[in-house]
Ligand binder design. Structure first.
Ligand code: DAH
Length: 343
């Protein structure tokens, strides 16, 4: 009986040894443990057959089984250590860092042409004592139109079709509502510019976008005249486009100013003789302006008999396109670094 158990144990040992040797991963080694040492493993079943062994032989057989278990455990421990070492080596090798490699270049961004142009305009007006203020992009129709002398059903509302949130709230179609907001605060005199995003339901092309930027300007004080408006905008044009720049005020109509004008500057490319840039005319239109309409002053709580003022509105993209000679507005919205870094 002992002999046949001895043979069984030897067979188990041989097989275990072979399977341990073949184990090339820790989970395979664990399978071997379950198979030989586990509750339903081969060694355990040998122990279970002890009841058939003569009582006097049991200590010896028990000893043999224990020896076999110890041998298998020792072999497993050794292999486990070897596998763990190999794993660590492989991990170390795969995580090697070559500290002598050149570092990745840190790509620093670049200011957008719109931003550069805006900062330039802000610099000019801050230099003349203006304050920079902001208004909401989501605006009441009341501020965007009514308080600017564009009553409901006025055809001027159609010229600035925009996106409506509901009947009385919209995405502002111009920065002019900031005029009304500033006047309503009641702090006089006023000298401000208000840059910001505006919206129109326009198709995208080289000169149009449903979302673009304007810079509004407003001056309210006693004794402000059209001469102040002219002097201010002439100075602005010279600062922005160079000291040789001439300005031309063409009569125009805006509901919230009276009289109103559009301002052209002499072409800074050809000096006024006519070129491709100014489409042969020698002049380039840059903004709209006028004397604040007495009705607007009244609606915003300012006495038109005591105070007068002027206002203007500049398209920021238009300034950026002109200043940096960009021929397609869409380039301003693509944020292609290769384009942006040129300015
Ligand atoms: N808000 C006008 C527009 O979007 C531009 C404008 C014209 C603004 C004359 C003014 C102004 O303040 O006086 O077309």
């Amino acid at each position: 009986m002992n002999n046949s158990i001895k043979e069984t144990l030897q067979a188990i040992l041989d097989e275990a040894s072979e399977r341990i040797e073949q184990s090339d991963a820790l989970d395979k080694l664990n399978d071997v443990r379950v198979n030989f040492l586990g509750k339903k493993g081969q060694l355990t079943s040998v122990l279970k057959s002890m009841k058939d062994v003569a009582p006097e032989d049991r200590p010896q057989v028990g000893q043999m089984v224990n020896d076999a278990r110890a041998k298998i455990e020792a072999m497993m421990e050794e292999t486990k250590k070897r596998l763990e070492d190999e794993l660590r080596e492989a991990k170390l090798a795969s995580e090697t860092i070559d500290v002598t490699l050149p570092a990745k270049k840190a790509n620093v961004g670049h200011r957008h042409p719109n931003t550069i142009a805006l900062e330039e305009v802000e610099r000019i007006f801050i230099g003349m004592g203006y304050e920079v203020v902001e208004g909401p992009e989501v605006e009441y129709a009341d501020y965007n139109f009514t308080k600017l002398n564009i009553p409901e059903d006025h055809p001027a509302r159609d010229e600035q079709d925009t996106f409506f949130i509901n009947d009385s709230i919209l995405l502002r179609s111009q920065t002019s509502p900031v005029q009304a907001r500033t006047m309503e605060k009641g702090k006089l005199p006023i000298r401000m510019i208000a840059p910001g995003r505006v919206f129109r339901s326009d198709e995208v092309d080289a000169t149009h976008s449903p979302s673009f930027h304007q810079i509004e300007g407003l001056v309210i004080d006693k004794h402000i005249t059209f001469a102040d408006l002219k002097g201010t905008l002439e100075e602005f044009a010279k600062e922005l486009f160079g000291p040789e720049t001439k300005t031309k005020f063409r009569p125009h109509h805006f509901p919230f100013t009276e009289p109103s004008a559009e301002v052209d500057v002499s072409c800074f490319k050809c000096g006024g003789s006519g070129c491709r840039f100014c489409k042969g005319s020698g002049w380039i239109e840059i903004l709209g302006c006028g004397m604040v309409h007495p009705h607007v002053l009244e609606m915003c709580g300012i006495d038109p008999n005591e105070y007068t003022g002027f206002a203007f509105g500049v398209g920021l993209e238009r300034i950026a396109l002109l200043k940096y000679e960009i021929d397609d507005m869409r380039l301003l919205y693509e944020n292609d670094y290769r384009f942006l870094k040129q300015f």
